[in-house]
Design a protein around this ligand. Sequence first.
Ligand code: ISL
Ligand code: CA
Length: 549
Amino acid sequence: MKQWWKEAVVYQIYPRSFNDSNGDGIGDIQGITEKMSYLAELGIDVIWLSPVYDSPNDDNGYDIRDYRAIMDEFGTMNDFDAMLEEAHRHGIKIMMDLVVNHSSDEHQWFMESRSSKDSPYRDYYIWKKGKDGQPPTNWGAFFGGSAWQYDEASDEYYLHLFSKKQPDLNWESETLRREVYDLMTYWLDKGVDGFRMDVINMISKDPSYPDGQTQGTGYGDGTPFFFNGPRIHEFMQEMNREVLSKYDTITVGEMPGVSVEEAKLYTGEDRNELNMVFHFEHVDVGNGSFGKWNPTDWKLTELKTIFSRWQEGLEEEGWNSLYWSNHDQPRAISRFGNDSPEYRVRSGKMLATLLHLLKGTPYIYQGEEFGMTNVAFDSIDQYRDIETLNAYRDYTSKGLLTHDEIFRGIHERGRDNSRTPVQWSDEAHGGFTTGTPWIEVNPNYVDINAEAARRDPNSLFHYYRQLIALRKANPLVVYGKYELLLPEDEAVYAFTRSFEGETWLALCNFSDETQQRELPYDVKERVIGNMEPIEAFTLRPYEAQVYKL
Ligand code: ISL
Ligand code: CA
């Protein structure tokens, strides 16, 4: 079925790193408002705004203290309202980040909950008795250590799948669920246009709380007992019925460990749950024995298998979201392309061509549109991300990885790669701030910045504009059926899209060598590409072309 959110392009803003309007070194809401015409020029339809709520920032806003207030550092509710108005004036919608698997331990609910076993808020969180002086289960937390924190006052433990300052909310409590629906309604009534839901497939836990299989870190893997748990679809349908169905929204659920079959249940149109999900299969290629911390090589065929399974799996039922990067992932070009000066822009255009020609709603992460790359800080003191800092401490202190080993992982895959400030110009600190940035700017800002890209008609920025315009002008790009060609090919990603009797062919060379292929097609017209073609089926390093057949 035709839907506006299928035709849209989403742009993610990580406010802390986007644009600082008052020189305190921290990006803020007014900084976003100032850049609204830049985003309109790019042509995006929706902003996904990472959390701007009041937070003690243990995890940069993914630990919320007050769901109805704005973080002081980011501005005021008036600033928010002005930003929303400015966005809407440009025809841009705002999708809020909804973080309701957990709150901050400084949230009023948790303070009440912790205060006494008899508090009416006790069951807003997950409290359990220990087992023989040990935590209730052996589960490890995503940010290191046990997933349970002992509370002396009540002699019970609370669950935190992330940091101990991010206690998990108890979705078994109907009162808690009502609170969540109320806060969602508060924002929708204010005029926001939807939600990106943080780790939303983790909210329903297996009530028997079994131990998990022991991992290399010594902790158990609890994920089978809370990924897509027993009541998840009931909760999503309830949320839809109580809140979402009353508004015209865009929704996407962030879902580690989601399969295509599960995604059909979350996103099937007759299911009344969500519009789309973020899966992690393609961003997990090349994970090592310690996940992203000791990465290995990956093959193009793995990427094709993953994308094709999702493209085909959701062809009839459900809808895909498409992304190369976000605030938890390395930079797209460094991860999947080639960030050398020679191939940075070309491979960035190739990756953009592939992603924007797949079937689904594409997401652009701030700075991706002009080719920002990973950063390689020398010292752990230059890093800010809680996940990176904890992993460095845990893996090196336990002797699981050496300093050099984990630094390779941090450089390739750490979350701060995408959290260095947006490089707006070649001025000091990339024009992000007049003060001292909360995390250092990537030193390559002198060459790689938005202003330079806007000046250059052949830049990645203008290529993204073309891709977005192409989507607006051609329903085939949105609704066409996907078919993979050359499935075994380790260098060329080739596929077709077909819609109402028309077929387009996309060719992307992922290698740094020229590739020549035989394909049984006559190409009629070139639609878009990252360089002037020499011959349809000869692709120079990182060349990408799209043809009408
Ligand atoms: O990026 C990841 C995979 O290695 C995880 O670190 C990440 O925590 C996971 O994908 C869940 O992410 C979301 O919830 C976290 C928050 O830290 C992330 O920023 C957010 O996107 C907890 O709220
Ligand atoms: Ca600021």
